[in-house]
Design a protein around this ligand. Structure first.
Ligand SMILES: NC(=O)C1=CN([C@@H]2O[C@H](COP(=O)(O)OP(=O)(O)OC[C@H]3O[C@@H](n4cnc5c(N)ncnc54)[C@H](OP(=O)(O)O)[C@@H]3O)[C@@H](O)[C@H]2O)C=CC1
Ligand SMILES: CC(C)(CO)C(=O)C(=O)O
Length: 311
């Protein structure tokens, strides 16, 4: 019998994986609300990319987690600010054996899920797929990257991760099961937190701000704040990661790439400010570290946190 996979957070990233997992033959059930639920249950999900348009329908779509029932695996893909509510809401979908794979940016959500469901149930992951929701049930992939990794929080059996990664790979996703995914999650976070705050404060894609030595230096110093926090939390995050990442951003990044937090800011949507930048500031303080660059950015972005309509 095919495994039953639940999607909690059927937006850009959750939608992408929902479609791929249906195509891989899994029994996919989707927790969705309002207009998104209506469109997903009637027309299904449509994803447009440079490869064309794909559409799938799901085994079940509901705003009632109890109706969807216990799943073998849940992909957790809500925005950071929805973490606590969604993690509580999904409880009826989580049984004693359910594997929870989080693909959220940052580490806030992973820690909250682990507190609520236990470190042995949560599989941290990260994805680089750029995508946006254009309308309910309609997702646009804005680039071709599909690298995605996931695996256990602490070393344990990874058979389920390997099975899912192989199924996703067979359908075109660059997915990998890692025995120690936290290394790559920290490595992305070293770039992500500075990238989001600088993108939002300059209101520019990376090509608009990375060209001056002043900004390159600011980026490096901001990245080192993240590395210091990683080490204080026991992860292997040497400052050389910051140096490599700055070099990568200068030499390899597509100048048109915008931080997803800037995309949200421009659309007047709520920002993942607390889970990505605020978490770093609070954790640094708690562990006796200084994070002056992120502290200033956090304060400057606070007025935009809830989006345009509530400012
Ligand atoms: N988009 C991208 O390019 C990338 C995003 N990421 C990360 O992936 C994560 C998800 O981002 P993204 O897919 O863009 O976000 P989206 O806003 O597109 O999707 C989030 C979805 O979660 C749903 N949701 C929120 N709360 C609940 C709840 N309580 N119950 C059910 N559904 C809920 C939202 O529904 P509703 O509309 O009803 O609120 C929405 O459909 C973020 O952490 C982001 O940083 C990582 C790499 C790239
Ligand atoms: C990697 C990147 C920059 C785009 O996919 C991202 O994850 C984000 O902006 O949230």
């Amino acid at each position: 019998m095919a495994r039953k996979i639940g999607i909690v957070g059927a937006g850009a990233i959750g939608g992408y994986f929902a479609l791929q997992l249906v195509e891989a033959g899994y029994d996919v059930v989707v927790l969705a609300r309002g207009k998104n639920r209506d469109v997903l249950s009637t027309d299904g999900l449509t994803i447009t990319s440079e490869k064309g348009t794909q559409n799938v329908k799901f085994a079940a779509v509901s705003d009632s987690p109890a109706e969807l029932g216990v799943c073998d695996v849940v992909f957790f893909t809500v925005k950071g600010q929805s973490t606590d509510q969604a993690a509580d809401d999904m409880r009826p979908m989580i049984g004693p054996e359910t594997e929870i794979i989080s693909l959220q940016n940052g580490l806030y959500g992973i820690e909250r899920l682990a507190e609520k469901y236990g470190e042995d149930r949560v599989s941290p992951g990260i994805t680089y797929i750029p995508a946006v929701v254009e309308a309910p049930g309609q997702i646009l992939r804005t680039g071709s990257l599909t690298r995605t990794v996931f695996g256990p929080y602490h070393p344990r059996d990874t058979a389920i991760h390997e099975e899912l990664a192989a199924a996703l790979q067979a359908h075109g996703t660059d997915a990998f099961a890692l025995k120690e995914p936290m290394k790559e999650i920290w490595s992305k976070y070293v770039v992500l937190a500075p990238f989001h705050m600088i993108g939002c404060l300059t209101r520019l894609p990376v090509g608009g701000w990375i060209t001056t030595v002043e900004m390159q230096d600011l980026l490096l110093r901001a990245m080192k704040e993240v590395c210091a926090l990683g080490r204080a939390k026991g992860a292997d995050v040497p400052d050389t990661i910051a140096e490599k990442q700055v070099h990568f951003v200068i030499t390899k990044s597509n100048p048109a790439t915008k931080a997803s937090m800037l995309e949200d800011l421009e659309r007047g949507k709520p920002l993942e400010l607390e889970s990505i930048v605020g978490w770093l500031c609070r954790e640094s303080k708690r562990l006796g570290l200084q994070s002056p660059i992120h502290d200033m950015a956090y304060a400057l972005l606070l007025p935009h946190k809830e989006g345009r309509n509530t400012a």
